[in-house]
Design a protein around this ligand. Sequence first.
Ligand SMILES: *Cc1c(COP(=O)(O)O)cnc(C)c1O
Length: 383
Amino acid sequence: MILSQKTLVNKNFSDRRAINFYAGPGAIPLPVLERVHAELFNFKGTGMSVMELSHRSDEIQFIIDDSAKRIKKLMGLDDQFEIIFLQGGGSLQFLMVPMNFSQPGDPIDYIDTGYWTGKAIRAAQSLGRNLKIIASSSDYNHTSVPNLNEIDTRPGAKFLHLCSNNTVVGTQFHSFPEIPIPVIADMSSDFMSKQIDVSNLSVIYAHAQKNVGLAGTTIVLIRKEMLTKICEGLPEIFDYRTHIKNKSNYHTPPCFSIYITWQILRWIEEDIGGLEKLGKINQKKASLLYDFIDSTSLFHCPVEPSSRSQMNVVFTIPNETLEKQFIYETSQAGIIGVAGHRTRGGCRVSLYNGVTQEAVETLIFFMNKFAKQHSTSVTKVIY
Ligand SMILES: *Cc1c(COP(=O)(O)O)cnc(C)c1O
């Protein structure tokens, strides 16, 4: 049977949605899904879905250009940054960054804050760069970020790479360092979640699947003065200038993925009222959950308060059996994605843009009930 449009727009469809705390891909704002749904079969009178439009069509180029324009406007960037939409995820940027801004043997500095920076470091090392880890949180099991006022970059280093939000371990930098070399940030899990001060950043990259859309596209912001530092001789597809010159349409772009990003950017601007407001909403969600966790004897957040991520809240129940039971019972209650990263264990709740405060309140209600049932099973661990 072919589902009629009427069946699909049945309100129950959205009523039955899970409470989604997946770490990425993750929740997408419901109004965005509804708009996408409404124009799925016929985008702006073309008689086609965005999925069916040629990447050379005016509509697709409009979506790409308008998305870049909206990012600039939302972040207050003027024209100092070029914005491009690439494929290959955050992981390809782990290679493209060192390929574009350094040669084999060149010094490049990295801050190590856990899982994803580890991958970025290994990728750059595989290219034979003279890579130095100038600060690391590994001594304290990545439960806080290094103090950026104390970092010491090498004078000849081509750039400093850091990760603004550490998705796996639940830490976040709340500012960026003012240093003499360019700072390049992997913002894959907090890009477009709040207003940021970009004055100390030269390159920002973020895949879309956490806060701004679907897997498939990666957004790269490059300060124009960095373009003169790009190394010659790269294969065209790896050279950022190729994509800037071709308006992110050098080869077939992930059109539908960029379209969802465009819809989310519109939602941030038109429904929410900008990044300042969105940041407040996200902060509220995180503080509700952290405050609750800190108030209980059952749940424990290992992350040092000033380094806590607004996006990924990690916590444990210091009793393995009970922790497993908690994760199982959440899923039975329609609360999905609460298990920690496979390398860390414990629990992790991701509070990306698509997660509502109501979802967080539902989780807290559930956690509170669980804590009351089991609080005699553990004693509060003080670290
Ligand atoms: C999820 C994540 C990535 C992964 O990127 P892929 O798109 O899967 O290659 C990279 N960096 C950070 C900080 C992430 O959270």
